[in-house]
Ligand binder design. Structure first.
Ligand SMILES: Cc1cc2nc3c(=O)[nH]c(=O)nc-3n(C[C@H](O)[C@H](O)[C@H](O)COP(=O)(O)OP(=O)(O)OC[C@H]3O[C@@H](n4cnc5c(N)ncnc54)[C@H](O)[C@@H]3O)c2cc1C
Length: 469
């Protein structure tokens, strides 16, 4: 049987390990450098708290085939929860998802009038030329008020770029309410009676978001896959129709041969891992592609619950954080009693001034930011921890397409090699997209041969994925 090495144990990796074994299509060994599964969508425990890497939800738009499997794996541990968050707009808190009555009472009048005026203008005059940047597309579709007060400052913080410096794909794939029509549909979709099933709701595993990846890995193992944690792939070489893989773990170096490599690790690291000749233009292209990093700042508070909300969103430019989540509220957890953890998401670049701040300084800055937003901590902070994600979001500055196509073209031409998943396709995707990619890849393997024509058709489908928040 074809022997496949899967690189990475995030959703894309474990999803393929499961599907390949379920279809009895290949022997599988999965290599994950961390000692936990789930990648950025993983979960860890600290002081009795179950913590995710920032706010993670399973969105109801998940492909039915994938959702059915997750429901079967997790059973009653997959909770169906209402979304209950808030966005800060011009100094006021507005419910998220947006609700008509809440908007009437809480939206700042100047903001409401501005957005309404922009909408009327678009309806009467049309949106005009959209242009090709994140900024021009959103401004043409949503007008100045929503862009200047929400999307643009938020985007500057998340990606560290001005709206005019970002490619249009960021607006088309990253903003699910990218026009007044879509926005109104979302708002009116919250009215009882008009509400589609699962609108304003999400799925969440009782034992943390990482339970999804853990369940996939467990299933894959029970079907014969080998899953290696704490094992980092350090070198790959292709000779005489076989791949040689070297991986490092506490036990030493492991060297093995495989028929195929399926990689979900960052696309940009492949030029360094693969020992065969890498063309100079490909190496140069890899250097031009980059990811935005994120620090997750966890504050353990000496109180049962900080607020009733699952998440708060902070577009203001002068605040360090973009989002705050309280993990206990996602799973209606009551344990541990007397303590809760809030998690602030702080986007940055690896090595920049923010990345270099120590945990205590980050904690103090978050505490100060929250106090400025009427979210003063009225209790002691027992502990501050951080987690640092070097590859949180792919960055799409204007002109990123050319180096991406060079790199992607080279990787796609490697024999018996597949790069997929959020990091492998450099796609700003959700977990359900990564799992759909994994299932699609497994279906392309026919009698040990990977059908590249069918994969190209799937990639066309992936290119229409829109990120859910
Ligand atoms: C802050 C934040 C919030 C998010 N919220 C949501 C949400 O609410 N809902 C949602 O659906 N999605 C959300 N996402 C996206 C979600 O995390 C990703 O879609 C998902 O993790 C992608 O899975 P993946 O397997 O493609 O990649 P990853 O999760 O990045 O997995 C890649 C894996 O490869 C491993 N690896 C890297 N190098 C090596 C090596 N050399 N050897 C072995 N292993 C290696 C890594 O350790 C990692 O485990 C969020 C992401 C972030 C950053």
């Amino acid at each position: 049987m074809t022997r496949i090495a899967i690189l990475g144990g995030g959703p894309a990796g474990v999803g393929a390990a499961f599907k390949l074994r379920q279809m009895e299509a290949a022997d599988v060994v999965l290599f994950e450098r961390n000692d936990y599964l789930g990648g950025n969508a993983g979960t860890f425990e600290r002081n009795g708290h179950v913590l995710d890497f920032g706010s993670h939800r399973l969105h109801p738009v998940t492909e039915p085939e994938v959702l059915d499997d997750i429901m079967e794996f997790l059973g009653e541990d997959l909770l169906d929860r209402p979304r209950h968050g808030r966005i800060r707009l011009r100094g006021r808190w507005v419910h998220f998802p947006l609700k008509p009555v809440d908007l009437m009472f809480h939206l700042q009048p100047g903001f409401a009038a501005g957005a309404l005026g922009d909408m009327v203008k678009k309806t009467l005059l049309g949106k005009g030329d959209e242009g090709e940047t994140f900024g021009s597309i959103l401004r043409a579709n949503l007008g100045a008020t929503i862009c200047d007060d929400f999307y643009f400052p938020y985007a500057r913080k998340i990606w560290g770029l001005a709206p005019e410096e970002m490619a249009g794909i960021q607006a088309r794939r990253r903003v699910s309410a990218g026009s007044f029509g879509k926005l109104l549909k979302k708002v009116f979709g919250q009215i009882p009676g008009l509400k589609p099933k699962m609108s304003g709701r999400f799925y969440y595993p009782r034992h943390g978001f990482g339970a999804i990846s853990q369940a996939y890995a467990q299933k894959a193992e029970s079907l014969g896959a080998e899953i290696l944690l704490g094992t980092s792939v350090a070198k790959l070489g292709h000779q005489e129709g076989r791949w040689t893989l070297e991986a490092e773990s506490k036990l030493g170096t492991r060297k093995e041969e495989f028929d195929q490599i399926w990689s979900t690790i960052p696309l940009t690291t492949l030029t360094r891992l693969i020992s065969n000749d890498v063309p100079e233009d490909v190496k140069a292209a890899a250097d031009k592609i980059s990811y935005r990093a994120m620090i997750l700042v966890y504050l353990e508070l000496e109180t049962d619950q900080f607020t009733e909300f699952d998440a708060h969103y902070f577009p203001e430019a002068d605040l360090l954080l973009t989002r705050l989540s309280e993990t206990k509220n996602y799973a209606v957890r009551t344990e541990p009693q007397g303590r809760t953890v809030i998690c602030a998401e702080v986007p940055c670049l690896v090595g920049d001034d923010t990345w270099r701040l120590d945990d205590a300084s980050l904690g103090k800055k978050i505490e100060a930011d929250l106090a400025r937003c009427d979210l003063k901590l009225n209790c002691a902070v027992a502990n501050t921890w951080t987690a640092r994600l070097p590859q949180a979001y792919p960055l799409y500055p204007l002109g990123y397409e050319a180096p991406f196509e060079t790199l992607d073209g080279w990787v796609s031409g490697l024999p018996d090699f597949l790069s997929y998943g959020r990091q492998g396709l450099f796609a700003h995707d959700n977990t359900h997209h990564a799992l759909f990619m994994a299932y699609s890849a497994a279906k392309c393997l026919k009698d040990g041969h990977f059908d590249r024509t069918e994969w190209a058709r799937y990639r066309e489908i992936f290119s229409h994925h829109v990120v859910e928040d």
